[in-house]
Write a protein that binds this ligand. Structure first.
Ligand code: SF4
Ligand code: SF4
Length: 206
């Protein structure tokens, strides 16, 4: 009785082994679905939404934000703080911009509502940090991630202006939008952060 049981266990083991090897050999010829990250990365789809960023306009050398506060009001997580002063010309001037990325859900509403494409969705998604504090991005960080706005074609410049607020996205793969800081992640140890840039007051919601 014992011997018969031993035989059946040996046969069962061999069959299991052969089945396992069969699965291994079958998958050897299949197309790979893994990448050698971080050396290799996926090609992101055209409409991929990464974290919000504030690209620089090449013509003015500044971002396009007019401190209207629309993004701050629409953000479902209430994680955007826009600081501003009203100048002698009665226009708002941006003094600071902060996003607490620890709670951002990449919904893109801030970019959708922005009337000037001052804030856009980038394709940056690697923002792992070691503390929540490091996930609070200020204006310098958002500029660094945003890089530059794509150059607008001359003949379409008028149309572009009319549709700027419709969720523009800057792409890491687009050479025109590539800047020194683009695609390299964000350094919260950025020395320029806080270097003379006034931070918005806490709770400075409109
Ligand atoms: S992407 Fe959504 S959650 Fe993130 S800052 Fe913009 S509006 Fe808020
Ligand atoms: S909606 Fe656009 S222009 Fe208005 S505060 Fe936000 S980023 Fe600036």
């Amino acid at each position: 009785m014992k011997r018969r049981r031993l035989h059946s266990e040996i046969i069962y083991t061999i069959v299991s082994l052969l089945k396992g090897l069969g699965v291994t050999f079958t998958n050897l010829w299949r197309k790979k679905v893994t990448l050698m990250y971080p050396e290799e990365r996926w090609d992101l789809p055209e409409n991929y939404r990464g974290m919000p960023a504030m690209p620089i306009d090449r013509k003015t050398g500044k971002d396009k934000c007019i401190a209207c506060g629309a993004c701050m009001r629409i953000c479902p997580e209430q994680i955007i703080t826009v600081g501003h002063v009203v100048g002698e010309d009665k226009k708002r001037k941006l003094t600071g911009f902060v996003i607490d990325m620890s709670r951002c859900m990449f919904c893109g509403l801030c970019a959708e509502i922005c009337p000037t494409a001052g804030i856009v969705m980038s394709d940056t998604y690697e923002i792992s940090k070691t503390s929540r504090e490091q996930l609070v991005f200020d204006l310098d960080d958002l500029h660094e991630i945003g890089g530059f706005h794509p150059d607008e074609p001359e003949e379409e410049a008028g149309e572009q202006t009319a549709s700027e607020g419709s969720g523009t996205r800057v792409s890491r793969n687009n050479e025109e939008t590539t800047s020194a800081g683009f695609g390299t992640g964000v350094s919260r140890n950025n020395e320029s952060a806080g270097g003379g840039e006034e931070k918005p007051a806490e709770g400075g919601t409109a």
